[in-house]
Design a protein around this ligand. Structure first.
Ligand code: FCB
Length: 467
């Protein structure tokens, strides 16, 4: 220590800007349950989870965390944590069971009650219109590879805007269209489980179109108030080596995973290299005149979901592949470092890389981290406590990365922890626990994990400790 250090006040906390939005995030199919109540019809996830071999253990979202019946209790938990915002999704087949025609009042009423309860608790509602639960009837008529699905989505957006109006602070059109298009229609590990490169590219375009038309519908219904947003799971890509081949592998994945959404939404065009790379699959003639104007309807913020980085090298990946047009040129390698229960590496640097990239490429769009968190093998000990120090360390390092990005000029307005509750983790069923609140699925008992107490303190201080 120098003499000067002794007089310099030590910075012990990394403080976030005032007004920073602290939230938690969930999705309808993962928590609600009540799958056939009050007029709800099956979504593609109900069908998929009933298809043998698709979901771990044959788990379904029939009951999930029973949030449909326990919503006030769950909002009370969030109030206790002090969150300022709550990101939830609306189950399309609950409010418009066939994906067409008039809404079901009972379905709408659930979301009205949720929004009322949140506002009473002083929590801003952040609603996602599509978190993967397409009404099965719309899949039966072709799903996302069909243009008509995008039209149906815009009508559904109008129904929701009219029902919940300006009481919702932020409307997110889609959650992670990459997963919906490429896991749903490309390698088939998500619902509806189809495997077609052409289908996945058509789905990606129609999801972009659905986003643009829904953004227009929200603006038309809510001219002054709506903050309109989109959430992408942008891939933080790293080449294995700086060789030209590995850098080209990064370029290909960047085109089919990141720029396939960023360019239509923010630049009104498709990437030239994507069109070249996919020439053997399609000539993109399903993109009609005016589509790319619609997809680039201005929005107010961009949501980023981040869990782990992706290391790529030249090579060949498995088939069926979610990387249409890149599968014969790219392989994926495990990133080094400690792992979560998903076997995903813990590496907050990827989040910093994504945020600073967006600062450089899209400097005028405010950002929200709409998902970030980790699964671990949590259990309640004999005294009923759930100790999850690895999750606290994960959250700490990622919030430190967000703080550093803000210091470096990135306009990050908020952070939504995934997830409030343990839930149905898609193809992994109930085998992965992402919650800061433990759910005993046999009794539906909720127990705050240590990470929940940690998050509560973080929010109260508007800061994380400097390590
Ligand atoms: C994201 C999903 C979310 C959750 C997390 C772990 O891809 O948006 O529903 O499953 O992963």
């Amino acid at each position: 220590m120098t003499a000067l250090d002794a007089f310099t006040p030590k910075v012990t906390e990394l403080r976030f800007p005032s007004g920073f939005r602290w939230g938690t995030a969930t999705a309808a199919y993962q928590i609600e349950g009540a799958a056939s109540e009050d007029g709800r019809t099956p979504s593609i996830w109900d069908t998929f989870s009933r298809t043998p071999g698709k979901v771990h253990h044959g788990d379904t979202g029939d009951i999930a965390a029973d949030h449909y019946h326990r919503m006030p209790e769950d909002v009370a938990l969030m109030r206790r944590l002090g969150v300022t915002d709550y990101r939830f999704s609306v189950a399309w087949p609950r409010v418009q069971p066939t994906g067409r025609g008039p809404a079901v009042q009972k379905g709408l009423d659930f979301y009205r009650r949720l929004v009322d309860e949140l506002l009473k608790a002083g929590i801003r509602p952040v609603a996602t219109l599509y978190h993967w639960d397409l009404p099965q009837e719309l899949e039966n008529t072709g799903g996302w590879p069909q243009r008509e699905t995008a039209q149906r989505f815009a009508e559904y957006a109008t129904i929701m805007a009219e029902a919940l109006g300006d009481r919702v602070a932020t409307w997110t059109t889609l959650n992670e269209p990459w997963c919906a298009a490429f896991l749903g229609y490309g390698n088939g590990v998500h619902a509806p489980g189809r495997t077609s490169n052409l289908g996945s590219l058509r789905a990606a375009h129609h999801l972009n179109l659905a986003h643009g038309w829904a953004a227009q519908a929200l603006r038309a219904a809510l001219p002054d108030t709506a903050e309109v947003s989109l959430t992408l799971n942008l891939h933080a890509l790293r080449p294995l080596t700086p060789s030209a081949e590995d850098l080209d592998a990064v370029r290909r994945i960047d085109a089919v995973a990141n720029r396939i959404f960023l360019d239509p939404v923010f630049r009104g065009r498709l990437p030239d290299d994507l069109i070249r790379d996919t020439a053997g699959i399609t000539d993109w003639s399903f993109v009609q005149g005016g589509d790319l104007t619609a997809t680039s309807t201005p929005i107010d913020s961009l949501g980023i979901n981040y869990y782990a980085p992706t290391v790529v090298a030249a090579g060949e990946t498995e088939s069926p592949s979610p990387w249409a047009g890149a599968e014969h040129h790219v392989r994926f390698l495990p990133a080094p470092g400690p792992r979560t229960a998903m076997d995903w590496p813990v590496d907050a640097g990827g989040l910093y890389e994504l945020l600073t990239r967006l600062r450089d490429e899209l400097p005028h769009i405010p950002l929200l981290v709409t998902e970030n968190g980790a699964a671990y093998h949590d259990y309640a000990d004999p005294s009923g406590h759930v100790h999850d120090p690895e999750r606290i360390a994960y959250l700490h390092s990622h919030l430190t990365a967000v703080h550093q990005a803000i210091q470096d000029g990135v306009d990050v307005r908020g952070y939504f922890l995934w997830s409030l509750l343990d839930n149905f983790e898609w193809a992994y069923g109930y085998s992965k626990r992402f919650g800061i609140v433990h759910v005993d699925f046999a009794t539906q008992r909720r127990t705050l994990k240590d990470s929940a107490a940690w998050y509560e303190q973080t929010i109260a201080r508007n800061a994380v400790k400097k390590r």
